[in-house]
Structures are given as structure tokens and as C-alpha cells.
Design a protein around this ligand. Structure first.
Ligand code: HEM
Length: 461
């Protein structure tokens, strides 16, 4: 396919001090109500009406929406040091994740990223492939032809198990299996607090606050116990998991992570990793069920390359259609559908001056459906990736894993895990939508189907 000519951003400022155009919204609340009912379409509408850079208010706070690859690339890559993660991201996650990679900043973040990076090198990731495969195969062993399952829940349970095993290894205390349940409660709790017009202080002994405290204490004490047990093992420590790699990581000056840092990083990897990958897989099964020709071509490729054996990391380069399917799922239903940054130093974006404390947002969902860059953008068409589209797109037009120095550290991990799960399941089953609730994308922390997706399993002969 041909890539459309790249246009320069529209509605850029002629003078330096003007503010970008945008909707006025209602008194006091601004665009809050408009965006609450359908944030994805709401953002797309603002971009269509006001152009590539638009300004509006939500509850009297300014938001600048970018909708052009060049402008997004300015924030993520070219001028990245003028921005921090947004206040909202920090508010939602800080209690659980402390100073983990997702939200830390500056020199502290740089050191943590340097220490954690080797754990995500390709050779290391390949070590996890057998765990990913083993858990996937044992999960579907009980699945039967004709039964109906909530595929969203199944994928979450699967990626949760993979996260627990790859982070903490196989020799886990029984109670560790409850970590996922506790984390899920805490994420929902934090997010729902942000949505309330008046926030009850976390110190008040309401049932939800009390449960949140209990779950936090449970996770903290478990993780610290695992870390101190490992430390007590000293050099006889032969664990082959992410925690062991983080514990062994040493900076140039010979320093290592403290127990608190290890706690924050393992919690961050756990949280950032499993929910996003679960949603990617859930949307994959939905897309395949709606596009039988794509499903058939994928199965043909898998059968041809793998025969009866399981996928190994080295097979990935020989499975271009599987990769194209994953790219297309991440384009149309990106689990991370929006990114936000706070301006920390005055700078210029699109000819406008950005002032400190302004919040800049840009959306994968909106940008990756932009007809200026994608033909027939609403259609699920993996073929578009087969003739080099990825190399022809300008930076900032496709960014399911973010970009610049803060690009997702787990990208390779997620793509390997997704490929293993898709290859294993697609060769055993076809999934078809069961009658029930309509499939509606709900943008929470990740983009997930509002009621899950009920699907009927059909065994392949
Ligand atoms: C399909 C799955 C995934 C998607 C779509 C995804 C998406 C993203 C995005 C968009 C960012 C950038 C956020 C920003 O700059 O504001 C990010 C950062 C991050 N992701 Fe992922 N992610 C996925 C899987 C994973 C996995 C499996 C892990 C860990 C095992 C992980 C760990 C992280 C961490 C630690 C960061 C922060 C990196 C830093 O700031 O240095 N992610 N991810």
C-alpha cells in the first residue's frame, strides 16, 4: 500500500504567545462532561474541529491535545527533557508503585532504568518463553469444544500467572497467588477515587479505604519477605526470574537497589505488564472472530511454519503475518490509548508557548486511526503492515509502546508473550462471539471491553 503524503501540522501559531484554539465547554467543568461520556470520540472530535493542536479545560485545568506525529515526536523525543509524567498518572499509582520506573523522574529514573534494562535484553526474554508456553498450555488443557468463556477474564488470569512466575519464579508461597486479586482491587479503587467530584480522605475508615490498606499491607509484606528470603540465601541464590536479575544488577559505582527500590520496581513491572498484555490478547480474539479470512491466513501461516510443535522465540521472524496481526490490534485497540505529560520548563510546541504545569495529552487511539496516515483506517487489515508500512510512517504516527527514552521497557516481553499465547491458542481453537452484551471499548487505565467478551470455543480439527 502507499503511504499518504505527510502533511505539515495544521493551525500552528503565527505569533509566539497566542494560545491554541479549542472548545470553551461549560462554566467550571469545561469539557469534563463531554469527555466523560466518550473520551475517545470526544478527543477525536476536538482534533477534527480544531486541528493538530487544541486547548480546552477539564475542571478548570488546562489540557493541550496534540494530534500530529511531528508534535507528538517533539514531546516524546526531541524535547523530552522539558516534560515530566503527568500529575494524574502519579496520583493514581504512587501509593502502589512508589518510585518505580513508570513514575520516577530525572537522575533517579535514569539509574533505575540503567539497572533494569539488562533484564529485558532479548537473550534474557528468551529464557521466559518456556514459562510463558507452559502456563498457556496448562491453562487451556481444561478448555472444551462448545463451551463459552469470558475471554477478557481468561486472558487476564493467564497474563497474571505469567507475570507472577516470571517475576518471582516458581517457588512461590501459596499466598502469592492472591497478589493479582489485590492489585486489581487497588487499581480500581485508585481510579474510582479520581473520578469522584469530592474525594473522601484515604485515612477515613470507610470499608473501601480499610480494604485498600489491607491489600497494600498484604502485597508489601509479601514482596519484602520474598526479597529478604532471597538475600538470606546469599550467593547460593540460583533463581532465574526478573527479581533475581534486578537484585543482581549493579551500577558502575558498585551500588545495588535497596529493598524499597526492588519492591517498587517489581510492583511496577507487575502492574504495567500484565493488564496491558491481557487487553491486547482480548482484542486479538475479538478481531479474529470478526475477520475469518484473517484468522484463516494466520492459522495457515502457523501450521506451515510450526507444524505440530510449539512456538520458539527464533520462529518469530518467520511469522510475518502473526506480527502484522499484532501490529494491527495495537493500532486499532491500543491498550495504552492515551499519554500525558506535564510541562516543567517553558517550551514551544507547534509555534505556541507551553507554560510550566500545563498538561499535554495525545492519544494512540486517535492518531492511529487518522486517515492522513492510514488507508481505510477503521478496517482491521493486517496486510497493511506486510509491505513496510512501519518504516514509512513518520515517528509519532504509531506509538502503542510510547517513544523516546521513556518507551516501554517491556515491549519485547509483551510481544513475545502475545505471540506465544496467540500461536498456541489459534492452532487449537476458533473463538466466536456468544450472544450477550455488545462489545464496547471502555477507556479505563487501559482500553478494555466494558462487559468483557463472551466467546464460544470451537476446536479445530
Ligand atoms: C501490550 C502490552 C504493553 C503496552 C501496550 C505497553 C505500553 C506502554 C507505554 C505506552 C508506555 C509509555 C508510558 C509513558 O511514556 O507515559 C509504557 C511504559 C512502561 N512499560 Fe509498558 N506496555 C506493555 C507491556 C509491558 C510489559 C510486559 C512490561 C513489563 C514486564 C511493561 C513495563 C513498562 C514500564 C516499566 C514502563 C515505564 C518505562 C520508563 O518510563 O522507563 N510494559 N508501556
Amino acid at each position: 500500500m502507499t503511504v499518504k503524503p505527510i502533511r505539515t501540522p495544521t493551525n500552528l501559531a503565527a505569533g509566539r504567545n497566542r494560545v491554541p484554539p479549542g472548545p470553551k465547554g461549560l462554566p467550571l467543568v469545561g469539557m469534563a462532561l463531554h469527555l466523560r461520556s466518550d473520551p475517545l470520540e470526544g478527543m477525536r472530535q476536538i482534533a477534527r474541529e480544531y486541528g493538530d493542536i487544541a486547548r480546552f479545560h477539564v475542571m478548570r485545568q488546562e489540557r493541550i491535545l496534540l494530534n500530529h506525529p511531528d508534535l507528538i515526536n517533539q514531546v516524546l523525543v526531541i524535547q523530552h527533557n522539558k516534560f515530566h509524567k503527568s500529575e494524574l498518572t502519579r496520583r493514581i499509582t504512587v501509593r502502589m508503585l512508589g518510585q518505580g520506573l513508570l513514575i520516577s523522574e530525572g537522575e533517579f529514573w535514569r539509574r533505575q532504568r540503567r539497572l533494569a534494562q539488562p533484564a529485558f535484553h532479548r537473550a534474557r526474554l528468551n529464557d521466559y518463553a518456556s514459562t510463558m508456553l507452559e502456563i498457556t498450555e496448562s491453562t487451556i488443557r481444561s478448555w472444551r469444544d462448545g463451551e463459552t468463556r469470558n475471554i477478557g477474564q481468561e486472558m487476564t488470569a493467564l497474563t497474571l500467572q505469567i507475570a507472577v512466575r516470571t517475576l518471582f519464579g516458581a517457588a512461590l508461597p501459596e499466598e502469592a497467588r492472591s497478589v493479582g486479586r489485590a492489585m486489581t482491587f487497588l487499581m480500581r479503587y485508585s481510579l474510582s477515587r479520581q473520578r469522584l467530584p469530592f474525594r473522601i480522605p484515604e485515612t477515613w475508615p470507610t470499608p473501601k479505604n480499610r480494604r485498600a490498606n489491607r491489600e497494600l499491607e498484604f502485597i508489601d509484606s509479601l514482596v519484602y519477605r520474598i526479597i529478604s528470603a532471597r538475600r538470606a540465601e546469599g550467593h547460593s541464590n540460583h533463581h532465574n526470574d526478573l527479581l533475581a536479575l534486578l537484585m543482581g544488577a549493579m551500577d558502575e559505582d558498585g551500588t545495588q537497589m535497596t529493598p524499597q527500590q526492588l519492591h517498587d520496581e517489581t510492583m511496577t513491572l507487575f502492574l504495567a505488564g500484565h493488564e496491558t498484555t491481557a487487553q491486547m490478547l482480548t482484542w486479538t480474539w475479538y478481531a479474529l472472530s470478526q475477520n475469518p479470512a484473517v484468522e484463516a491466513r494466520l492459522q495457515e501461516e502457523l501450521d506451515g511454519v510450526l507444524g505440530a510443535r510449539s512456538l520458539e522465540p527464533a520462529d518469530l521472524s518467520r511469522l510475518p503475518y502473526l506480527q502484522a496481526v499484532m501490529n494491527e490490534v495495537l493500532r486499532l485497540d491500543p491498550p495504552a490509548y492515551i499519554m500525558a505529560r506535564e510541562v516543567i520548563e517553558p517550551c514551544e510546541i507547534g509555534g505556541y508557548t507551553m507554560r510550566p504545569h500545563s498538561t499535554i495529552i495525545f492519544s494512540q487511539w486517535v492518531m492511529q486511526r487518522d486517515p492522513r496516515y492510514y488507508d481505510d483506517p477503521e478496517a482491521f487489515r493486517p496486510e497493511r503492515w506486510l509491505d513496510g508500512l512501519a518504516n514509512q510512517l513518520p515517528p509519532g504516527a504509531y506509538f502503542p509502546f510510547g517513544g523516546g527514552p521513556r518507551r516501554c521497557i517491556g515491549e519485547g516481553f509483551a510481544l513475545l508473550e502475545a505471540a506465544i499465547v496467540i500461536a498456541t491458542l489459534a492452532r487449537r481453537f476458533r473463538f466466536r462471539l456468544a450472544p450477550g452484551d455488545p462489545v464496547i471499548p471502555e477507556p479505563l487505565v487501559t482500553l478494555r471491553p466494558r462487559h468483557g467478551i463472551q466467546m464460544t470455543l470451537h476446536t479445530r480439527n
